[in-house]
Design a protein around this ligand. Structure first.
Ligand code: FES
Length: 167
């Protein structure tokens, strides 16, 4: 059937990704906890699980879409959009919050022109928030590609962002 709006097409899964998901499901659908395994593998191999992929996986595993969506949105490991080359996470734990993370987030948004939770247009940097990473004595803390960086000085922060945008 024709698709006059084009909207649905962007929500569909390309052949390549569908083949990857089909293989993951074929290998895991009879295992206990198959849904979690399939979602983990899909995130690992494709890098994200879009709403269309969630729907497809739910249909193939014969589970409600809401169950798949619930898992994907509950665990921060999963993402619904492709991540950038680098990921910076802002710790929103109490120590970091009072230590200046909100101001650093504002600065990051200004420098990149990108909202927290999104990826820069050049695909270099995804910015997200996270819970306490256990380095409270170093507040304020961000993680960059899983490296913890603490004691961030507001005047040094722009250089860190720019380095990530250029590397
Ligand atoms: S509150 Fe940020 S590391 Fe604990």
């Amino acid at each position: 059937m024709d698709n006059p709006t084009g909207i649905q097409q962007t929500q569909e899964i390309c052949e390549n990704k569908r083949a990857i998901i089909d293989q993951i499901i074929a290998e895991n659908q009879n295992r206990p906890g198959a849904m979690m395994v399939v979602l983990n593998e899909t995130q690992g191999k494709i890098g994200y699980i879009s709403p269309a992929m969630q729907k497809y996986i739910a249909k193939k595993l014969r589970v409600p879409v809401g169950a798949v969506h619930g898992v994907v949105t509950f665990y921060s490991f999963f993402t619904t959009e492709p991540r950038g080359k680098h990921t910076m996470k802002f710790c929103m734990g109490t120590a970091c919050y009072v230590g200046g993370i909100p101001q650093l987030m504002e600065k990051a948004k200004q420098i990149t022109g990108t909202e927290i939770g999104k990826t820069t247009a050049d695909g270099n940097l995804t910015m997200e928030i996270c819970r306490c990473v256990g380095a409270c004595s170093q507040a304020p803390v961000v993680t960059v590609d899983d490296e913890v960086i603490g004691h961030i000085k507001p005047n040094k922060f722009p250089a860190l962002i720019k380095k990530l945008l250029e590397s």
